[in-house]
Write a protein that binds this ligand. Structure first.
Ligand SMILES: CC(C)(COP(=O)(O)OP(=O)(O)OC[C@H]1O[C@@H](n2cnc3c(N)ncnc32)[C@H](O)[C@@H]1OP(=O)(O)O)[C@@H](O)C(=O)NCCC(=O)NCCS
Length: 278
């Protein structure tokens, strides 16, 4: 067994490894090479910094890691860990993290974060052994939003120019790595709707229509409880077929979770956010 980075594997090879390792996962995971390429680019994942485990030259386990500078800190993100069935039960994750940590320490990473489904006890135990601790609950919702209450002064339209500072001034909590502004900026095919009262932007919602996923949404504090958030969700849901997904809600006050339930979405999963300071 050899540990080395996955930088010499092609995108289709990594996609195949990913799908094989996630074949019996809690939720369906099926990455095409194109989807993996987009994930790597938008989440700033670095194959040259990501450890894999190889048996007879064949990759059998991996942990993809990305890198960003956030609030003056060098933060790494685990964008997926998988071990194929035949190689489970040998502490591959803990062993890979030993190598992974030395790579990340060498380049001055301050902390690593990851997300793991709260029912995935085996994975949580491995991450705890590697030194990670739970730092937040991330709630995931899906469904079709109800018809919102009418707000006659409200106009919703797609916007092309993004004032991220203004958007951020509406926030009560921060989006997770996959929904962060840094991800959205590199994600082709995302779309942003603005909710206007007169000429003033009162709220916005950014989504990834291909996956029917809402990535970010917020309403200006002085425009809350006027049906703006619910109208934005309904507007987006009308543009896609089937249910929409809203993942990784990190609002400790639970207000956003109450809002999502009130508009008719269902909580279907909680992830643990885990962090390791180096
Ligand atoms: C969650 C949020 C979008 C709701 O927007 P909103 O425009 O106020 O929501 P609506 O007026 O459409 O509310 C619809 C329903 O949700 C529920 N709801 C909304 N806010 C609520 C709150 N603070 N407490 C309890 N229920 C609430 C209510 O049932 C409400 O209906 P009602 O007003 O008739 O009772 C808004 O509070 C917000 O922007 N929060 C911060 C989000 C954030 O930080 N995003 C950044 C990371 S992506």
């Amino acid at each position: 067994m050899i540990f080395k980075t996955v930088e010499n594997l092609s995108i289709p090879e990594i996609a195949q490894l990913f799908n094989e390792a996630f074949a019996d996962y809690f939720v369906k995971v099926e990455l095409t090479p194109e989807l993996l390429q987009s994930k790597i680019e938008s989440e700033d994942l670095r194959t040259d910094l990501s450890i894999g485990l190889f048996h007879n030259e064949k990759p059998v386990a991996f942990m993809l890691h990305g890198l960003r500078e956030t609030d003056g800190k060098k933060v790494a993100y685990n964008g997926g860990t998988g071990v194929i069935k035949e190689f489970r039960g040998q502490h591959a994750t803990v062993k890979m993290y030993e190598k992974q940590l030395s790579i990340l320490k060498e380049i001055g990473v301050d902390e690593i974060e990851l997300e793991v489904i709260d029912k995935n006890i085996q994975a949580i135990k491995s991450y705890e052994k590697a030194g990670f601790r739970k730092t937040a609950d991330l709630d995931c919702f899906m469904g079709k939003p109800n018809e919102p209450a009418k707000n006659s002064g409200l106009r919703i339209q797609e916007i092309q120019s993004f004032d991220h500072q203004l958007f951020q001034s509406f926030w009560e909590w921060r989006p997770s790595w996959q929904n962060a502004t840094a991800t959205i900026e590199k994600l082709t095919d995302s779309i942003t709707y603005g909710a206007f009262i007169g000429d003033e932007l009162a709220g916005y919602l950014t989504a990834y229509p291909k996956g029917a996923r809402v990535l970010q949404f917020a309403v200006a504090p002085n425009y809350r409880r006027q049906g703006i958030g619910s109208s934005l969700f309904h507007y987006f849901a009308d543009t896609v077929s089937g249910e929409i997904n809203v993942n990784n809600i990190d609002d400790p006050s639970q207000t956003t979770q109450r809002f999502l339930k009130a508009i008719g979405l269902k909580h279907f999963l909680t992830q643990n956010k885990m962090t390791l300071k180096l």
